[in-house]
Design a protein around this ligand. Structure first.
Ligand code: SAM
Length: 210
């Protein structure tokens, strides 16, 4: 199945829908609360129009950030919304490629993006993020995860007023448990699901301090 996010109209339809979604605010807040108090540099994977990296930069006025996404449409929206903001840099790159080496990172964050990659690539991203984080740094993935049953999946869509036929065909949803297990295997500590609402889940792991 091709990744629909390479199509501008798919990105723009998401932006119209996202404005109506209030559930994720608690996930955003919980994520921000786990960023290290001395956060200076943040990478957002699949940043879209910059919602999450924007919140992180607001929370940490001394920090700089990098937003990475493969959609030129999304990055154009991000650049428009962040006009004049010199603390953020945008990188057009696919998550299917290895993560770029960007120097010391205190936090690698992501929201609703990594589930567009294959399961093997998801695990590789978690591994690469571990390697890129400084000791004590945090990986936070506010993610769309699989429901245990089809009925629960359909209920999730109906709660968000998404018709079944509009379910994103490029989603590659995976259960939460498998992903938390991977984070532990890779060596992250304090691994848990820090917040969840139906298929929205916040997975966090921290790279151990030296
Ligand atoms: C549901 S949107 C989320 C955007 C943003 N993180 C947010 O929370 O509003 C998914 C984002 O993932 C990006 N994306 C999907 N597949 C990708 C890939 N293979 N590489 C990089 N970005 C990807 C899309 O372009 C889109 O911006």
């Amino acid at each position: 199945m091709p990744n629909e996010w390479s199509k501008p109209e798919h990105s723009l339809a998401y932006m119209r829908r996202a404005k109506r979604q209030t559930q994720r605010q608690m996930g955003d807040e919980t994520l921000l609360a786990e960023l290290p108090a001395d956060t200076r540099r943040v990478l957002d994977l699949g940043c879209g129009a910059g919602h999450l990296i924007g919140l992180a930069l607001q929370r940490f006025p001394q920090a700089t950030g990098v937003g990475l996404d493969f959609s030129a449409t999304m990055l154009d929206l991000a650049r428009q919304q962040f006009t004049g903001e010199t603390r953020v840099e945008w990188i057009e790159r696919s998550l299917d490629d290895p993560l770029p080496q960007l120097g010391t990172l205190d936090a690698i964050i992501s929201s609703f993006a990594i589930h567009h990659c294959s399961d093997s690539r998801k695990r590789a991203i978690y591994q690469e993020a571990f390697a890129e984080l400084r000791p004590g740094g945090v990986f936070c993935n506010l993610e769309h995860v699989a429901s245990p049953t089809v009925t629960m999946h359909e209920r999730f869509l109906s709660e968000l007023h998404i018709p079944l036929e509009d379910d994103d065909p490029s989603n590659q949803l995976l259960d939460l448990h498998t992903q938390l297990t991977w984070l532990r295997e890779i060596g992250y500590e304090e691994v848990d699901c820090y917040w969840k609402w139906r298929e929205m889940a916040l997975l966090i792991g921290k790279r151990p301090k030296l």
